[in-house]
Design a protein around this ligand. Structure first.
Ligand code: AR6
Length: 187
């Protein structure tokens, strides 16, 4: 459902949405990129909850393709949904593309279970993890559109809007083109 997906150029830590998705790593203990920005702006409460998750259910860390929620700390959101994207590796494209799609599905499911109606995503795996931006955008938009269209009836029904927050003009343009190709031109 195209109208429920929007693209904005900006900083995900400034988004007023119910849930902000973090492109984390398996350790859940922070890193660079969007992960670093979320922990910096959100404050130490987020890391405290991540540590508790590591001390309990996710002792070995969060597997690639999965998602888990914590408080959003001082961010203007209610929750941060942490997901772990795959590192790009051309020789294992099929398997890893499946895992990237899983990040979006699992994040939406996790957010919907909490009662979130609005969710903001960064371009998972398209930074430090090296996923080619156009392909990352195609997977991101295609997967979210399928969930909203009822591929996952529960998550699709509860979510009112999904916003992709793209860092920089270039990534925004890549998503805009992918959106046009996949979903048609209209809003
Ligand atoms: N708001 C929105 N997007 C951002 C922001 C921001 N504040 N900052 C960066 N981006 P990356 P990955 C964009 O590297 O590829 C971390 O160390 C960025 O320009 O954050 O999944 C984790 O701990 C790019 O387009 O995530 C992992 O170890 C996109 O967000 C690893 O990086 C994703 O880039 C994850 O790598």
């Amino acid at each position: 459902m195209v109208t429920r997906i929007t693209l904005v150029e900006g900083d995900i830590t400034e988004q007023r949405v119910d849930a902000v998705v973090n492109a984390a790593n398996t350790s859940l203990l922070g890193g660079g990129g969007v992960d670093g920005a979320i922990h910096r702006r959100g404050g130490p409460q987020i890391l405290e909850e991540c540590r508790r998750l590591r001390a309990s259910h996710w002792g070995k860390g969060l597997p690639v393709g999965r998602a888990v929620a914590t408080t959003a700390g001082r961010l203007p959101a209610r929750w941060v949904v942490h997901t772990v994207g795959p590192v790009y590796l051309a020789e294992e494209y099929e398997e890893r593309a499946g895992l990237l799609a899983s990040c979006y599905r699992e994040s939406l499911r996790t957010a919907a279970e909490l009662g979130a109606r609005t969710v903001a995503f960064p371009a998972v795996s398209a930074g430090i993890y090296g996923w080619p931006p156009a392909d990352a955008a195609r997977i991101a938009l295609g997967t979210v559109a399928r969930v909203l269209d009822g591929g996952d009836a529960r998550a699709g029904a509860e979510l009112a809007a999904v916003r992709f927050v793209l860092f920089g003009e270039e990534m925004y343009g890549v998503f805009e083109r992918a959106r046009r190709e996949l979903l048609g031109q209209d809003e």
